[in-house]
Every structure is written in structure tokens, then in C-alpha cells.
Design a protein around this ligand. Structure first.
Ligand code: ZN
Length: 269
């Protein structure tokens, strides 16, 4: 806070006591301005906490494939859809990750409502092409296998696609991105819409995984559990699971794999 000293000493000589309260308020406002902290702060994000080597990661499920994460002073949204009202009371995102073009992952109206003037975005090219110009100009386009360093995070785009013949039409290989995001020393995987592809099964050192499981668009709970038993995240959250038996998924992952399955309600009205 060294930078605040000039503000206090130069600009605000102490006034007579009758105006002290007003002076204090003015000085406080100036100090906030000097910190760049004038904007009203929303309540801190609540949710599950995962320790990292630089503070807790806060996980805040919202709906289906949509979630918010908090880490240090950053807020990250993943696939914000469903209208801006759904995000009322949450901190504005510093970063938005977008996985694919479908309406449960990409919604122009929601993005316009939740993105702040400085919000950065990461998206595959097919998604970026559908963004409004002002958002597109702040979007880092990643294809599968590419990485970016943004806001102190490392963001790696990973494949997501269907491989069962009758499902190939839903998610073409290379169009969408899953992501592995590193928060401090913890790697967090967002599957996007995919089956248990070899690239998923080969993931290493994942602390937290968000894994889709629903038919006909992604995969069965059997496929998802098989993948989890292969790449063994410390914690897995079923998400994007509408209509699927997540308790069965939990049973199939079983207790011997060293994986904690966190079942949360992603479908509250
Ligand atoms: Zn989807």
C-alpha cells in the first residue's frame, strides 16, 4: 500500500473538525480510487473449496454445463447461458471459457449481460466466429492442443468429440474445446461435450474434473466411470448429466479408485 502515501499527504490536508466526516469520506473514496477498487464488489463467490498452493479454489455449480469458479481475486465463468439474471449477485467474470456452439454452452444474450468491459474470453474458432465484435476482440482462440497464459492461469484446450457412430453428428472432432486450467498447483478439467476419448483417458494429474454424461449427446455413465477409473482425478463432478443416473455413475467409479465423486444438484428450477 506504499502508493497510497502521496494521496494522503499531498492532496488532503486535515480540515477543521466540523468537516471531518466529509473529509474522511472523500479521502476514503480517493484511496479506493488509487487502489483501482471503486467499483462495487459483489459478495464473494460461495461453494465447495479446493486448496491450492495459493489459496482456495471456490467451485460454484450453476446449471447443466454452466459454473463459476473463484480463485484469488479472479472469477471464471464456464459456458454462461440461461440469461444474465441467473448470475445476479455473482462477481463479474474476469474470464469466460466457452466450449462449443450449442445453446447449452453459448448464448449471445447471456454473454452480453454478464461480460464486463475487461472480461477476457477463451473459445474455439467456431464459437469465436459467433461472438459479437466487442467480445470477439477480447477472445483468445485456442484449438485442441493449444495453450494460453491469461490472468495468471494456464489454459489448455483439449479435444472433445463423439466417437460412437450414431453420435458423431453431435460433436465433430476439433470444433469444440474441453479445457484444463491450472489454478496455482491444481489442474482442473472441464470435459465439454465428449465421450471417453483416448485423450481424456490419458489425462494426468487432474485435481478436479467436471465430466459430462448424457445421451444421446455425450456418453453413458458407464463410459464416464470407465474414463474416470483410467485418469483418476482426485475429485470428479458429474455435470451436463440431465436424465442420467449419477448415483449409478458413483457406484461404477467405486471406492477403490481413490476418486471422490461429488454429486451436486445442477438442475434446480
Ligand atoms: Zn451440451
Amino acid at each position: 500500500m506504499r502508493s497510497l502515501n502521496p494521496v494522503r499527504s499531498v492532496r488532503f490536508p486535515r480540515p477543521p473538525s466540523a468537516r471531518l466526516a466529509h473529509w474522511r469520506l472523500g479521502r476514503f473514496t480517493a484511496l479506493l480510487a488509487a487502489c483501482g477498487a471503486v467499483t462495487a464488489a459483489a459478495a464473494p463467490l460461495t461453494g465447495d473449496r479446493v486448496p491450492t498452493n495459493d489459496g482456495d479454489l471456490v467451485i460454484h455449480p450453476i446449471h447443466h454445463a454452466t459454473l463459476a469458479l473463484g480463485w484469488k481475486n479472479l472469477t471464471v465463468y464456464v459456458d454462461p447461458v440461461g440469461g444474465a439474471q441467473r448470475f445476479a449477485g455473482l462477481p463479474r467474470p474476469d474470464l469466460i471459457l466457452l466450449t462449443d456452439i450449442h445453446g447449452d454452452h453459448l448464448d449471445a444474450g447471456t454473454l452480453a449481460g454478464v461480460a464486463g468491459e475487461k472480461t477476457a474470453l477463451v473459445a474455439p474458432a467456431a464459437v469465436a466466429a459467433q461472438l459479437a465484435g466487442d467480445l470477439r476482440s477480447r477472445t483468445t482462440v485456442l484449438t485442441n492442443g493449444q495453450s494460453a497464459a491469461l490472468l495468471g492461469l494456464t489454459i489448455e484446450a483439449v479435444p472433445m468429440y463423439n466417437q460412437t457412430p450414431e453420435r458423431l453428428k453431435f460433436h465433430t472432432r476439433g470444433r469444440g474445446n474441453g479445457y484444463v486450467v491450472t489454478f496455482g498447483d491444481q489442474r482442473v478439467y472441464f470435459s465439454g461435450d465428449t465421450e471417453d476419448i483416448p485423450e481424456m483417458r490419458a489425462l494426468k494429474n487432474i485435481a478436479v474434473a467436471f465430466l459430462c454424461m448424457n445421451l444421446p449427446y455425450t456418453m453413458t455413465v458407464e463410459q464416464a466411470a470407465s474414463a474416470v477409473r483410467a485418469f483418476r482425478p482426485k475429485v470428479v463432478y458429474p455435470y451436463h448429466y440431465r436424465g442420467s443416473d449419477v448415483e449409478k455413475f458413483k457406484q461404477l467409479v467405486s471406492d477403490d479408485a481413490g476418486v471422490e465423486v461429488r454429486v451436486r444438484d445442477w438442475y434446480q428450477p
